[in-house]
Write a protein that binds this ligand. Structure first.
Ligand code: F6P
Length: 384
């Protein structure tokens, strides 16, 4: 009994733990996406197969570490049981603030952003954190790289429904978003048909058209407008008119939030939320409806903005599996000491790539890729 007591120590949570216990901290940053919980569960399950590792989660990205009192959750097998089927993230997330731009309110009500990264690294040392796994999109992985350059043992796991990271064939969450968008097109087709209408559906994706392109093919849309192929309204109109005869007809347009007309701009605005660095996209479906009317389209048009429905809810099987592969690989990278790297999927393998390469280049739709050719092959117009 005595020898067991001697090998134990009291940790920062007041728990008696083994003296040589190692600890990995998980953070989920940026917008949530289906599959985050499946990654967390996979990390915990893989870690539990090693004798001396435990997993903790920082609440709301790194904010849990930066806050006083510290907001950390112990992630054992009980805490993650069955969570692979749940959307969202059990440790919460944010796309505001962070260690390099922590918002501090001035006396006059304005905000200053301070760099608290050194302080955070010291706190992680104090908490006995040996390694960090940061699950997030491009913004979060830029933070990972900057923390790595400051000496933190950190590994990245890519996530986003937008699929806009070039280092990996797919990010988890993307296929679920495509499924949601496709089911929405299926629904819009029936009401478009009954009313002889054009239904415009706007989907997410930021500056890439992956969700729009995939949902347009799977759902059988007539028009697909994506950021990578600027559109001409006359071309869109031409395709719609092919679907109408003596006022009867219907059509579906899937438009990515980042789409823009030739010589036009993406609809984007600066957020008023404190600490929100990204521009907010959205509204192209309304502009498109107006442009079609101005160009002479006489039928009825309605718009649907799918919004956060694409990010919420249960991940489909594909995303649960990819997320689980990413989680297991991430923990194994911790064991191998592959810090400064990010998990990636390169069919059929799960590999690791340097973080600095991963954040270099966005994954845009190549207008000459097979998916675009396939779409054109079945008569989908890109308005070009
Ligand atoms: O990056 C994921 C994403 O859902 C984008 O497709 C979208 O533009 C953005 O996040 C929306 O962010 P928020 O949830 O902050 O409104």
């Amino acid at each position: 009994m005595d020898s067991v007591v001697q090998q134990c120590t009291t940790d920062f949570l007041g728990r008696k733990i083994k003296k040589n216990m190692k600890r990995v901290l998980i953070a989920t940053g940026g917008g949530d996406c289906p599959g985050l919980n499946a990654v967390i569960r996979a990390i915990v399950k893989r870690a539990s197969r090693e004798r001396d590792w435990e997993v903790v989660g920082s609440i709301e990205a790194f904010n849990g570490i930066l806050r006083e009192p510290t907001e950390i959750k112990v992630l054992d097998e009980k805490a993650v049981a069955g969570i692979h089927v749940q959307g969202g993230t059990i440790i919460e997330t944010t796309n505001k603030g962070g260690p390099f731009a922590w918002p501090v309110k001035n006396k006059d009500g304005s905000w200053t952003y301070v760099d608290r990264s050194d302080e955070m690294i010291r706190k992680l040392q104090y908490l006995g954190i040996d390694a960090v796994i940061n699950i997030g999109g491009d913004g979060s992985q830029q933070i990972s790289q900057a923390l790595y350059e400051k000496g933190l043992n950190i590994i990245g796991v890519p996530k986003t429904i937008d699929n806009d990271l070039s280092a990996t064939d797919f990010t988890f969450g993307f296929q679920t978003a495509v499924q949601v968008a496709t089911e929405a097109v299926d629904k819009l087709v029936t009401t478009a048909t009954s009313h002889n209408r054009v239904l415009i559906m706007e989907v997410m994706g930021r500056f890439t058209g992956w969700i729009a392109l995939n949902a347009a093919i799977a759902g059988g849309a007539e028009v697909c407008l994506i950021p990578e192929i600027p559109y001409r309204i006359e071309k869109v109109l031409e395709r719609l008119q092919m679907r109408y005869s003596r006022g009867k007809g219907h059509a579906i347009i899937v438009v990515a939030e980042g789409a823009k007309p030739v010589n036009g701009n993406v609809i984007a605005r600066k957020s008023e939320e404190v600490g929100y660095a990204n521009v907010q996209l959205g509204g192209i479906s309304g502009q498109l409806a107006q442009q079609l009317k101005e160009a002479g389209f006489e039928g009825d048009i309605r718009q649907t903005i799918l919004g956060h429905l694409q990010r919420g809810g249960i991940p489909i099987a594909y995303d649960r599996i990819l997320a689980t592969q990413f989680g297991v690989k991430a923990f194994e990278m911790v064991l191998e000491g592959r810090f400064g790297e990010m998990v990636a999927y390169r069919h059929p393998e799960i590999i690791s790539v340097p973080l600095k390469d991963a954040i270099n280049r966005p994954n845009l739709v190549d207008p000459n890729c097979n998916l675009v050719k396939t779409a054109r092959g079945i008569g989908i117009s890109f308005g070009d």
